[in-house]
Design a protein around this ligand. Structure first.
Ligand code: C2O
Ligand code: CU
Length: 503
């Protein structure tokens, strides 16, 4: 086993090198962006619907390398969908059909995975289990009905740590017309970071070697909707609804709304939750989403930052990094209206029945290889190439007890199915909600319950710190119908890492 002290030392040096004072000083010299309204300062790219049927959204999505402007006058290299980071906001209604003509113009194979959407395995974007990789110059058409309302997102599933880290991600918002309440100021916030050199080129995704992998490499430039430190002008005292997704490859976000504001959280990964919660801070692990009400609070003409706080996912609070304003809210000149009560939002969610459930024990560990002493992650003591897939039968319910023995937290994501989190006593955690990604805190454990419906296939589960997935925290549920042969495995299993297939 690696010595935690040595690991910490290596990582402290690594962090100091990538996010130390030198880098922060460079950022502080950037010119201050003027405040603009939300539609300008924070707009997400849109995409043309080529299908006249109102129940069908048909779009073209091309992955290509480009230059993106992340703040006035500052452009960096990135990998993009349709030329921007994030990719276009895909927005439709629950039950609509989405058709995506994907074209790969990257110098590397890719796919598109629809994170959180309960789609058939053929549409899940996983090489080997769903489809072949889409080579450079290749195309693939994704075509499915969106079954659930909520905020979801899309990203590649080939060399994911590199490709997501380079900028390939976008939000997918599924509206529920029967929701029954409305906050006119509704905004989607895509949180991420990107690792760039002083020259504005993309940093090597392997920096820091296996210690960098063990930590999970974070970007050195914070982004919200593809902008670094934007300044948004808002009316004070007017409630807003924020739909937030963390698409960063490693970074946890802990948002402080600033100025004594609080977040009223009404939903998470899989739509609305049982009842709302009032939160000081909003924590989102990589891959997670939140649906919150937020009320800007300040005298007309004043401003304050919405802060990305240091969240302790295992590195303690003594490392070389600090809280940073993700964006600045500038109160426009209008006086605050008389406060109105926020809508009361509830949703009846039935607990997944536990009778007859299969108990599954899963342990996340960290080890060093005997030859090179490189850090690797393990599941149940096994390195990536030896982790057996987890069998499941259509209709089966499983309760996973995930024990994290490592000094890092891990956001566990299951493809294709929602689950519910259980408390230490095995009761549903309140407020109840449907999730597809949940953080397993370091040196702690967590239980979840999932019922597998009739969509046989190899459904991946992995840590959404994408370096960790590639370092060993990745496997699949092999879901088959009774009496039928198990489905084919994702090619990641055969290759031992999330690499393109070589023919
Ligand atoms: Cu967003 Cu395999 O995941
Ligand atoms: Cu992890």
């Amino acid at each position: 086993m690696p010595s935690p002290i040595r690991l910490r030392l290596v990582l402290t040096l690594l962090l100091a090198a990538t996010t130390g004072p030198g880098h922060l000083a460079a950022q502080q010299q950037a010119p201050i962006a003027p405040a603009q309204d939300w539609a300008h300062a924070m707009a997400l790219p849109t995409v043309e619907d080529t299908n006249p049927d109102p129940k069908v959204l048909e779009i073209n999505l091309t992955a290509r390398v480009g230059q993106v402007e992340i703040s006035p006058g500052r452009s960096i290299e990135a990998w993009t969908y349709n030329g921007g980071i994030p990719g276009p906001l895909i927005r439709l209604k629950v039950g609509d059909r989405l058709v995506v003509h994907f074209r790969n113009e990257l110098p590397m194979a890719s796919t598109v995975h629809w994170h959180g959407l309960q789609v058939p395995i053929q549409m899940d974007g996983v090489p080997g289990a769903s489809q072949p990789e889409v080579p450079t110059g290749g195309t693939f058409t994704y075509d499915f009905v969106v079954p659930d309302a909520g905020l979801f997102w899309y990203h590649p599933h080939v060399m994911s740590a590199a490709q997501v880290g380079y900028g390939l991600y976008g939000a997918l918002l599924v509206d529920d017309p029967a929701e029954g309440f409305s906050i006119p100021d509704e905004h989607v916030l895509v949180l991420s970071d990107i690792d760039v050199t002083d020259k504005g080129t993309l940093e090597d995704p392997e920096t820091g070697g296996s210690a960098g992998m063990a930590f999970g490499r974070e970007g050195n430039v914070l982004l919200v909707n593809g902008r670094n430190h934007p300044r948004v002008s808002v009316p004070t005292g007017v409630p807003q609804r924020w739909r937030v997704v963390n698409t960063a490859k490693s970074r946890y976000f802990e948002l402080d709304g600033g100025k004594g504001t609080r977040f009223t959280k009404i939903g998470g990964d899989g739509g609305l939750q049982e009842y709302s919660e009032s939160l000081d801070y909003l924590v989102l692990a990589p891959g997670e989403r939140a649906d919150v009400f937020y009320v800007p609070n300040g005298a007309p003409g004043t401003e304050y930052g919405v802060i990305a706080r240091l969240f302790d996912r295992g590195y303690g609070s003594t490392e070389a990094r600090q809280n940073e304003a993700l964006f600045t809210l500038v109160m426009d000149g209008t006086p605050a209206p008389a406060p109105v009560a926020l809508p009361t939002v509830t949703r009846a969610i039935a607990p997944v029945a536990q009778a007859g459930a299969t108990q599954v024990a899963m342990e996340f560990g960290i080890a060093q290889t005997s030859d090179t002493k490189a850090f690797i992650y393990t599941i149940n003591g096994k390195p990536l190439a030896e982790i057996p897939a987890l069998p499941a039968t259509v209709g089966e319910t499983q309760i996973w007890t995930v024990n994290n023995t490592t000094p890092w937290s891990h956001p566990l994501h299951l493809h294709g199915f929602f689950f519910q989190v259980l408390d230490k006593n095995g009761q549903p955690k309140r407020p109840m909600q449907w999730k597809d990604t949940v953080s397993i805190p370091y040196k702690d454990s967590l239980k979840l319950i999932v019922k597998f419906d009739d969509r046989p296939g190899a459904w991946m589960y992995h840590c959404h710190i994408l370096d960790h997935a590639e370092g060993g925290l990745m496997s699949s549920v092999l879901l088959s119908r009774p009496g039928e042969a198990p489905p084919p495995l994702p090619s990641e299993h055969a290759h031992g890492h999330d690499a393109p297939q070589t023919k």
